[in-house]
Design a protein around this ligand. Structure first.
Ligand code: GLC
Length: 725
């Protein structure tokens, strides 16, 4: 089947001939110019336009408005000596103007096709508004809920992260965009940025090469295999060598092992930051080390602009390194059609955004991203005749639901939970009371909110994080509810009125009291422009929630890092979640369960699903065969629903220790009440390998366990063996 998206990680003789012809005409300064990405603001506009005119700029980032991008492009194309067009980059992380749920929320749909469509819609809007290069998808695997940027990725699992990375690349690089233009994706941040120690952003990453290769790199390789045309070198120190100066990952792995042909762009000033890292004495040495390591384009640090030509003339940076970097940049511009089609049709911009079908897709994804964490006694769905007290600082919020990377998304485009509730429930039955501010501060209506709950049949509390409490440079050490929100929840609970808590956040939260005392809890994330409608339609039962977690929820910050695919240790805990009071010397805590609050893959439904009849069709298989497993799933409840069936394996003994579980497949199925379906998984044995003692990827013969289940903590267990030869 012909892919419906562009592959920019390839070339043709014709493209290379065009690049050769251009390179032959370029001066050293013009070549270095292509390696610079600038940011234009009021304070530097004149200087930057002159640089463009002098052929000293290859790309501009974060320039909004087609008039402005076309203006800058005209200078490059019509006033510079060679007329090489600029490429315009931007961060379209979860929507351009139609803002979708944050990527972590989207991943909880476990529906790659939905993520692909959201990315394609983002590309439709962005390409009609002057964007050629999207600094997305963020593919950093993350086991750190303290890290604010967990919001931007697909959670803790390498397999799920790889599948979602490929879906988003297909969407961003979709063919047939209305604008007639193309967009290059940029899987980021290369590499292992999500491994920041203690969840502090920009912090040190010190991991084994095996962890790098088995956990953090596969989503990048998957994205490049899907045709992604660029990547972005990360801020972090990686085992003593900052990623932006790290030839091991930028040359040996990226180029020699993977054969990646695309452009490496540094992150914002990451070349310049080699100096504070203590990896370069000054900006000149930073330019040298980044260029030698393999960074093709410098995002705004000006190290390349100021020093690269001089470094080449001194012989410190060989000319071929410049030529290969510029080759990749020119190749990308040719593949994007920028030479033939440098300008964006200004008539398209406004009509390209917020189309009704985009808003409908945003609602569908929001609904499917939300995770029902608890529903004791079937309090949900609510009856439309009930008197509802809708309380909390996020109950009528039109801003925070846009999430951390909403950029030009507008509050006016959104529907709040109150808007949604008023569309689903009789107006007279919904009494809204904010109660308290989002952050600590005066709370003059605290008592009123509690009284409102007292006179209602049910209280719905909408609480959580503001959009600025996650995302870049927004890490948290305490993951509970900010401000007086926990106090409000407890006070409303104390009235005796049944309580539903709707959480909004950019990360897993630590909510032990709520998990224990509140009968119904819905995780709504920062759900984008249609979040309010999605919440209301779930609470009202018009939609049966189906989302499942892609990142583990801890009971306490002290458990972090906590993730499902951990190692066994020599003293594995009993695993029943008991506290360690009998001192039997296991890898356990004295004062906390070792189990998570909610495990990876967890999510409830308004109906129930039974798993039965596991069959390991291939109890033994060769390394070139496939594992085949089947199980029967039945909807034993009274409502139709969707179930995300998951397949996990465990390699019982290897030449290196292996995780206690690894996700190797998932399927989302829809079942009517009473309906059963046999779900079949076929997993090539080559996907069950790892990087062994010699750091080569291998599939090792031996005994395995296999599970088919609803989440990482439970399921039907079987076994199989991979045979030698
Ligand atoms: C930021 C982020 C990166 C983004 C870039 C350009 O610092 O780290 O994800 O693409 O700068 O905005």
């Amino acid at each position: 089947m012909t892919p419906n998206h562009y592959n920019f990680n390839q070339t043709t003789p014709q493209i290379e001939e065009r690049v050769d012809a251009l390179l032959a005409k370029m001066t050293l300064e013009e070549k270095v110019g292509q390696m610079m990405q600038i940011h234009i603001h009021e304070g530097n506009r004149a200087e930057m336009e002159e640089r463009i005119r002098q052929g000293q700029v290859g790309s501009i980032l974060s320039l909004y408005g087609v008039k402005d991008t076309n203006h800058a492009q005209r200078i490059a194309v019509e006033e510079s000596r060679l007329g090489i067009p600029l490429i315009f980059g931007n961060d379209v992380i979860h929507g351009y103007r139609t803002i979708f749920p944050i990527p972590l929320a989207e991943s909880c749909t476990w529906e790659p096709a939905l993520l692909q469509e959201a990315a394609r819609i983002a590309a439709e809007e962005a390409s009609a508004n002057g964007v050629d290069w999207n600094f997305a998808p963020m593919v950093d695997v993350c086991r750190e809920p303290r890290w604010g940027r967990i919001a931007e990725g697909a959670g803790e699992d390498v397999y799920l992260g790889s599948v979602m990375a490929q879906a988003r690349v297909r969407g961003f690089q979709a063919k047939g965009l209305t604008s007639g233009r193309k967009i290059a994706a940029c899987p980021k941040h290369y590499a292992a940025y999500g491994g920041a120690e203690a969840g502090k952003d920009y912090n040190t990453v010190d991991i084994s090469e095996r962890t790098l290769r088995d956990l953090y790199l596969p989503p990048f390789e998957a994205a490049f295999d899907e045709g992604a045309g660029t990547t972005m070198s990360a801020f972090n120190d990686l085992n003593g060598i900052p990623s932006t100066g790290n030839a091991f990952i930028l040359r040996q792995i990226l180029r020699e092992e993977w054969g990646f042909l695309g452009v490496v762009l540094s992150d914002w000033n990451a070349v310049g930051e080699l100096v504070p890292h203590g990896f370069a004495a000054d900006l000149k040495e930073a330019a040298k080390r980044a260029a030698l390591a393999g960074v093709d384009m410098d995002m705004i640090s000006d190290a390349y602009h100021a020093h690269l030509a001089e470094l080449v003339r001194e012989g410190a940076v060989p000319a071929p390194i410049i030529n290969e970097a510029v080759r990749r940049i020119l190749r990308l511009k040719i593949q994007l059609g920028l030479f033939e089609n440098p300008y964006t049709d200004e008539a398209l911009a406004s009509e390209s955004i917020l189309k009704p079908e985009y808003r409908a897709k945003a609602l569908e994804i929001a609904q499917k991203s939300m995770v029902l964490l608890k529903n004791e006694g079937g309090l949900l769905p609510l009856d439309e005749g009930q008197r509802i007290a809708l309380i909390g600082p996020l109950a009528d919020d039109h801003h925070h639901i846009l999430g951390a990377w909403h950029r030009i998304g507008e509050d006016a485009d959104t529907e709040s939970v109150l808007d949604g509730m008023r569309a689903v429930f009789p107006l007279a039955n919904v009494a809204h009371m904010e109660g308290i501010p989002l952050e600590r501060g005066d709370a003059p209506h605290f008592r009123e909110a509690v009284e409102a709950a007292q006179s209602a049949d049910v209280a719905v509390l909408v609480v959580g994080e503001g959009e600025f409490m996650s995302g870049e440079a927004h890490s948290r050490a305490h993951l509970g509810l900010p401000g007086q929100q926990q106090a409000l929840v407890e006070a409303v609970h104390a009235t005796g009125t049944p309580v539903v808590v709707v959480l909004m956040s950019g990360r897993p939260l630590v909510i032990p009291w709520i998990a224990e005392h509140i009968p119904s809890v819905l995780q709504a994330w920062h759900g984008g422009i249609r979040a309010g409608g999605a919440v209301a339609r779930i609470l009202g039962g018009r939609v049966n929630p189906s989302g499942k977690l892609t990142a583990t929820w801890p009971r306490a910050e002290g458990q972090i890092p906590i993730y499902y695919n951990h190692k066994s240790t020599g003293r594995p805990p009993t695993g029943d979640g008991t506290l360690q009071f009998d001192m039997i010397h296991l890898s356990d805590y004295m004062d906390e369960y070792i189990s998570p609050q909610f495990p990876f893959g967890f999510g409830l439904s308004y109906t129930r699903f039974a798993y039965a009849d596991l069959e390991v069709v291939t109890p033994t298989l060769g390394v070139d065969a496939a594992l085949v497993v089947e199980a029967a799933i039945t909807n034993t409840g009274e409502r139709a629903g969707e179930e995300i069936v998951q397949l996990y394996v465990r390699d019982l003994a290897g030449e290196v220790t292996r995780p206690v579980k690894e996700l190797k497949g998932f399927q989302k199925i829809s079942l009517d009440p009473g309906e059963s379906q046999t779900v079949r998984f076929e997993v090539p044995a080559r996907e069950l390998g790892f990087h062994g003692l010699d750091m080569s990827y291998k599939v090792e013969p031996g005994d395995f366990k296999v599970w088919v289940g609803p989440n990482a903590a439970e399921g039907l267990e079987g076994e199989f063996a991979i045979e030698r030869g």
